[in-house]
Design a protein around this ligand. Structure first.
Ligand SMILES: [Zn+2]
Length: 305
């Protein structure tokens, strides 16, 4: 949690030694330090520790919610995350290795990520390695974007490309799932962009759906998100397993369309049980998807029946 990051990074003594209150939480602390002076030693030390800490995180061997999330989506879908941790990128890698036929969703790291680099020649984000496999240029690690009120979303080709794709995907999305995101005050600009892209997007808004997976109070969530919904079509889910993604993995849009537009009863797909059953269920779903992963050109977005 952002709130206890000061403690996790063992910054307490360091921060109080510099005359700041370490109990106000990481986001407030960083914002204040940044406003006072964007480049003091204290800010640099915090950034080094953040980078080092998140770099060292590793996934457990068993399938996690990150694996489920990735498997529940297809190549036409996208995940936009503000997380610096490497879990989605690492889960993506191991699924690509273990289930090579799976056509995986796009991932965009809107605040940078410790595992992601960017090729300024090809304008493509990719796993952090030395050189770009396409053009051979030296890759730049993505800069982590910190919780300050005025973020540099328009600075540099990496951020520009991530936010351009964000607006495009959101503009033509049928379902948006907001997963465990508190929408802090320091993300106001991101929220404004989300609302504009979603509400001004393509027509056919009758069945568009906003899903919020969050354990906070229902009224609080309604206050925060109802203005983002179209025709008040939003649902609050208490866990990922209640969401459309979990109930209709890789078929959430089809299920929503058939139930809300065609008026059909759509049975949920059982898949997220034991490992073996999960693999079989995903294989069966993937077998009916078109085009196959091997038939998709780089940069092209796959579509399914
Ligand atoms: Zn390149």
């Amino acid at each position: 949690m952002m709130a206890n990051l000061v403690e996790i990074l063992e910054l307490n003594d360091f921060v109080s030694g510099a005359g700041y209150d370490p109990t106000i939480g990481f986001e407030s602390l960083y914002s204040r330090l940044h406003v006072a002076d964007p480049q003091p030693l204290l800010v640099q030390e915090i950034e080094n520790r953040v980078e080092d800490y998140f770099n060292r995180l590793i996934l457990p061997r068993y399938p996690t919610i990150y694996d489920l999330l990735l498997l529940s989506l297809r190549g036409k879908d996208a995940i936009f995350t503000f997380n610096w941790d490497p879990f989605l990128a690492d889960a993506y890698d191991r699924i690509a290795e273990q289930v090579p036929s799976t056509n995986m969703p796009n991932i965009f790291h809107l605040h940078g990520n410790v595992r992601v680099a960017f090729c300024e020649q090809c304008l493509m984000a990719m796993p952090k390695i030395e050189t770009c496999p396409t053009c051979g240029a030296k890759l730049n690690p993505t800069r982590l974007l910190y919780p300050v009120e005025k973020k540099d979303y328009a600075e540099g080709p990496y951020m520009v490309s991530q936010w351009k794709d964000f607006r495009e995907f959101i503009g033509r999305a049928l379902i948006i799932t907001i997963f465990g995101y508190s929408a802090p005050m320091t993300d106001q600009e991101a929220m404004t962009t989300l609302k504009a892209a979603w509400k001004d997007g393509e027509s056919h808004k009758l069945i568009h759906r906003l899903e919020i997976i969050d354990i906070r109070d229902q009224n609080e969530l309604a206050r925060q998100w109802s203005s983002f919904s179209i025709f008040h079509h939003y649902d609050i889910r208490r866990s990922f397993h209640e969401s459309l993604l979990a109930r209709y993995p890789r078929r959430s849009c089809e299920a929503l369309f058939q139930s809300n537009y065609d008026g059909k009863v759509v049975e949920p797909i059982a898949w997220a049980g034991n490992l073996e059953g999960m693999g079989n269920a995903i294989d069966e779903l993937v077998a009916y998807e078109y085009p196959k992963k091997s038939e998709i050109e780089i940069g092209e977005i796959g579509d399914g029946p």
